[in-house]
Design a protein around this ligand. Structure first.
Ligand SMILES: *Cc1c(COP(=O)(O)O)cnc(C)c1O
Length: 355
């Protein structure tokens, strides 16, 4: 399938100060769009000026939340080239998410080709300031113009690009996390493993409550027994307990993070033992009390690695590693960011140039 290009005739001024970018607020001059319907499959792949999309007020996505998305970044290397980090994994995961919501499958290689064309056109938007990157948001939604509840006939796939500033403006500082005991994010058999908007809609209330109490994010427990740790906000979570890195296993309600996968590969490469298993809050509390909880951190594309300095369990605060970033957390952060920004050779074949 060909990809048509309609150039933006009135390009915007590019932000000059990367520290003012924030996250997901500024968008580039173009976006990628492609339509689907049952009879024709995917068609009309096009790069067009960034702008509003018109949909029916009856559109499936507005009423039944038929939407999945991805999040990845393009990084400006010291030599000026632009690279992506494990982009195929994102499009593969998007298909897993789409399958769960009965949205049509996409050709991952075609999506990657489209993404590279789009970035190339908006190359000058990829920031080069320390820690800044081009955040990439591919998304797919059901767009039938009627209210009957059934799997969709029409869909839209879109990619938008947003130059974003460093996640850590004041250095990599540990965050405070609150364990949520009332709301749950996902259950086995539900959509927890899918990256879909609905999961986020269901998580807002707990997030807001945590924020009001002064916590950065929520640590979710399993939805059935509310006993096992699952993940943090929009990050997977890892704990170093007595020299072993423990991370919740992918039971179906946890999002299979690409940063998580990359951290596990790095840790194993360094000879550190990693266990993917069930981890109960009781075990965590005990580890804190016995002084064996050495480090805790979250992993995700936005923050890369985010140290956890405090865990609040039923209103009791537990301090991790004196509230400071631990050595393994720091090493993971340094190594991953060096690979992503092309400051270090990539032994794993994770990066891909945008030419
Ligand atoms: C995207 C996401 C993550 C992190 O995944 P990465 O691929 O590492 O960015 C973790 N949890 C949730 C709920 C997510 O949506």
């Amino acid at each position: 399938m060909d990809i048509s290009i309609t150039r933006n005739q009135s390009p915007k001024a590019k932000p000059t100060d990367a520290s003012q970018l924030g996250f997901g607020k500024v968008f580039t001059d173009h976006m990628f769009l492609m339509d689907y319907d049952r009879a024709n499959g995917w068609h009309d792949a096009r790069i067009v000026p960034y702008g509003d999309i018109s949909i029916s007020p009856a559109s499936t996505v507005l009423h039944y939340g038929a939407e999945v998305f991805e999040g990845l970044k393009a990084y400006r290397r010291p030599d000026g080239e632009i690279q992506l980090f494990r982009p195929r994994d994102n499009f593969a995961r998007m298909n897993d998410s789409a399958e769960r919501l009965c949205l049509p499958e996409l050709d991952g290689e075609f999506c990657l080709k489209a993404l590279k064309m789009l970035i190339n056109l908006d190359r000058d938007w990829v920031p080069s300031a320390e820690g800044a990157s081009l955040y990439i948001r591919p998304f797919l939604f059901g767009n039938d113009p009627f209210l009957g509840v059934h799997t969709v006939n029409r869909c839209v796939f879109c990619i938008i690009l947003s130059p974003s500033g460093s996640y850590y403006k004041e250095g990599v500082n540990p965050v405070r996390i609150m364990i949520e005991t009332r709301d749950v994010r996902a259950v086995r058999g539900g959509t927890g493993y899918a990256k879909c908007g609905g999961n986020y809609a269901a998580s807002m209330r707990a997030g807001e409550k945590a924020e009001q109490k002064g916590y950065a994010q929520v640590l979710w427990l399993d939805g059935v027994e509310r006993k096992y740790v699952e993940e943090v906000g929009s990050m997977n979570v890892m704990f170093k307990i007595s020299g072993v890195v423990v991370t919740p296993k992918l039971t179906g309600s946890v999002l299979p993070g690409i940063t998580r996968r990359s951290c596990i590969a790095l840790l194993k490469n360094w000879g550190l033992p990693v266990e993917e298993r069930l981890l109960s809050v009781d075990e965590l509390k005990q580890a804190v009390q016995e002084g064996t909880l050495e480090e805790a951190w979250g992993t995700g594309t936005a923050a890369v690695v985010s140290p956890i300095g405090e865990l609040c369990v039923e209103d009791v605060p537990y301090i991790v590693n004196g509230g400071r970033i631990g050595p393994v957390t720091q090493k993971l952060y340094d190594e991953l960011t060096s690979i992503q920004w092309g400051k270090k050779p990539d032994e794993f074949g994770w990066t891909e140039l945008v030419k």
